[in-house]
Write a protein that binds this ligand. Structure first.
Ligand SMILES: NC(=O)c1ccc[n+]([C@@H]2O[C@H](COP(=O)([O-])OP(=O)(O)OC[C@H]3O[C@@H](n4cnc5c(N)ncnc54)[C@H](O)[C@@H]3O)[C@@H](O)[C@H]2O)c1
Length: 259
């Protein structure tokens, strides 16, 4: 039986996943979507969040983080499973996971623009002592972030690599909500947001968006570095993020799975 998929948010990521579903992913079909500006590219109905969650088996969230709390009550009311790419919303709005506690819905957070979460998850079983993620983007990649606006930081004036922010993942999620999903995802996979340290760097010379993780325990240290070319459809996103959702869909339905 084919699982009917509903996509909430048909921006760069939502459309990339929709295209993959239309091209064909075994066991799934694209049933409907939600968007305030629906693209004309797909021959599907557009519903509000309530109707989307009622009519689809599985919801894929690809919305701005601040819209996620408007979607999740409908997911839980209909006890549907969901793939959430805006992981920072889980830190920014703790009520989402609190509401989830009373229902059978599963929330699946894909690796997004990050890699190495398999090792982090294994290390967690023995105990993680330290987790750090350093994100580096071109200065304008942080345009509009609350921390930039509140501190009147002139991004155009940054001419050499500069550390803009150091703090834990909760503080980082509030300061850079649209840019910091990777820190939220690492903290959820590892030792939690209070103990996950985040550094935000701006570098005019950098080619793509770079995320470096260092996660250590008594017997292992995991170091990972991902360089992502910005998504042409949304320079604040990475192509890898949409592909991580497609990878989750395939793994959820595969006879042999490498996690
Ligand atoms: N986990 C990760 O590593 C990772 C990586 C990249 C992006 N992201 C997150 O993924 C999300 C989607 O990214 P994107 O690049 O596709 O963004 P995008 O801005 O291209 O798309 C967002 C879409 O949501 C729609 N939308 C906005 N408000 C809405 C509402 N009230 N109801 C319905 N639709 C609404 C917009 O019209 C737009 O089409 C963002 O939250 C981004 O931060 C996560």
């Amino acid at each position: 039986m084919s699982i009917s998929v509903g996509i909430a948010g048909m921006g760069a990521i939502g459309r990339a996943v929709a295209r993959a579903l239309v091209d064909g992913i075994d066991g799934y079909h694209l049933h409907a979507a939600s968007d305030v500006n629906p693209p004309t590219e797909f021959d599907i109905p557009y519903f509000d969040f309530e109707q989307l969650c009622k009519s689809c088996d599985l919801i894929i969230e690809a919305l701005p983080p601040h819209i996620v709390p408007q979607l999740t009550p409908h997911i839980f009311a209909h006890e549907k499973d969901a793939i959430l790419i805006s992981s920072s919303a889980l830190l920014l709005y703790p009520e989402i996971l609190a509401q989830k506690d009373s229902v059978t819905s599963r929330i699946i957070v894909p690796s997004g623009a990050l890699s190495g979460l398999d090792g982090v998850s294994a290390l967690k079983q023995m105990g993680i002592e330290r987790a750090l993620i350093a994100t580096t983007k071109k200065p304008m990649g942080y345009d509009g972030a609350p921390y930039i606006v509140e501190n009147n930081i002139d991004l155009a004036a940054i001419k050499t690599k500069e550390c803009l922010f150091k703090g834990n993942a909760i503080e980082a999620s509030r300061a850079f909500p649209a840019n910091i999903n990777v820190a939220a995802t690492l903290s959820l996979a590892g030792i939690g947001p209070e103990r996950t340290q985040v550094e935000i760097w701006a570098d005019p010379e950098i080619g793509g968006n770079t995320h470096e993780i260092t996660v250590s325990g008594e017997f292992s240290t995991i170091r990972g570095r991902v360089e992502n070319t910005p998504d042409p459809a949304n320079p604040k996103s990475s192509m890898l993020a949409a592909q991580s959702i497609i990878s989750v869909l395939k793994k959820m339905n595969a006879p042999v799975v490498v996690l």
